[in-house]
Structures are given as structure tokens and as C-alpha cells.
Ligand binder design. Sequence first.
Ligand SMILES: Nc1ncnc2c1ncn2[C@@H]1O[C@H](COP(=O)(O)OP(=O)(O)OP(=O)(O)O)[C@@H](O)[C@H]1O
Ligand SMILES: [Mg+2]
Length: 138
Amino acid sequence: MRFLYKIEGGNFAKAGHASSEVKKVLKELNLDAKVIKRTVIALYEAEVNVAAHAYSGEVRVEIEKGRIRVEVLDEGPGIADIEQAMQVGFSTASEKVRQMGFGAGMGLPNIKKNSNGMTLTSTPGKGTRLEFIIEYGN
Ligand SMILES: Nc1ncnc2c1ncn2[C@@H]1O[C@H](COP(=O)(O)OP(=O)(O)OP(=O)(O)O)[C@@H](O)[C@H]1O
Ligand SMILES: [Mg+2]
């Protein structure tokens, strides 16, 4: 099964749309609650990152037997130093974004923690690609 969702930069009201849609699908598939939770947390953080740090993006979700693969692609400023971006507490979030309660520098570390592997690549000035995998038993 494959799903596609769009994300708009700056649109925090809509960020969370893909993760709540995916949550419904995974519930219908009767997946384990912990698997659903891990997927939703990681996808939500990824969506908010596009809304907060990029101009536009899309989410591609592929659900297979035993594995959920999520790809988040965006057009935006990109990330010059991936290793630094992955550090807990590192954030370049604007004052406006911080006032909305984001910008703790926890999103990417959280995606890593909740997934069974993530890949983050970026071309500064062009955009960013994040992929993460959630594995589940049965
Ligand atoms: N899609 C993206 N495009 C450009 N920069 C990004 C993107 N995602 C993350 N970054 C950069 O990596 C930093 C760390 O991201 P992370 O999600 O860990 O923290 P945050 O978004 O700043 O705060 P939080 O997620 O805790 O609200 C960001 O502040 C930003 O500089
Ligand atoms: Mg974030």
C-alpha cells in the first residue's frame, strides 16, 4: 500500500495531517499500538520540520508486510551539517516557530529513536530527503 501527502512550509495548522491519516490506516490494519505510536511520532516530527524549516514538501508512505517505509522530501534551504542537525538541542528555529512551542532541537533525534533506521540527506539551497523505516513483527 502506498500513500502520498503534501506539506506546505509555514502551515502549522496542516502539519500533522499526514501523521493522523497514516494513524487511521495503521489502526485499520490492526497493527500493534506501539508500532503505530512510533510511526506517528516520527512522521509528525518530520512534517513539522518541513513546515518549520522548508518551503514545501511531500510524504510518501509505503506499508509492506513487516515494514513501514516513510520518505519525506522537501524543497527548502537544506541542511549544511547533518551531524550537527542530529544533535539533541541543536535548532535554527525562528522566534516565531519557537513561540509556537517548537524548536527544542528534539525532532530529528526523536525520529531516530522511534524508527529502525533513518537516512537524512540534503543539498543546501535545494532541499532535504529523510527516509525512515519502522519494522514490525508478524
Ligand atoms: N527539512 C528541513 N529543512 C531544513 N532544515 C532542517 C530540516 N529539518 C531539520 N532541519 C534543521 O535541523 C535542525 C534540527 O532539527 P530538529 O527537528 O531536531 O529540531 P527543531 O525542528 O529545530 O526543533 P523541534 O523538532 O524540537 O521542534 C533544525 O533546527 C534545522 O536547522
Ligand atoms: Mg523539528
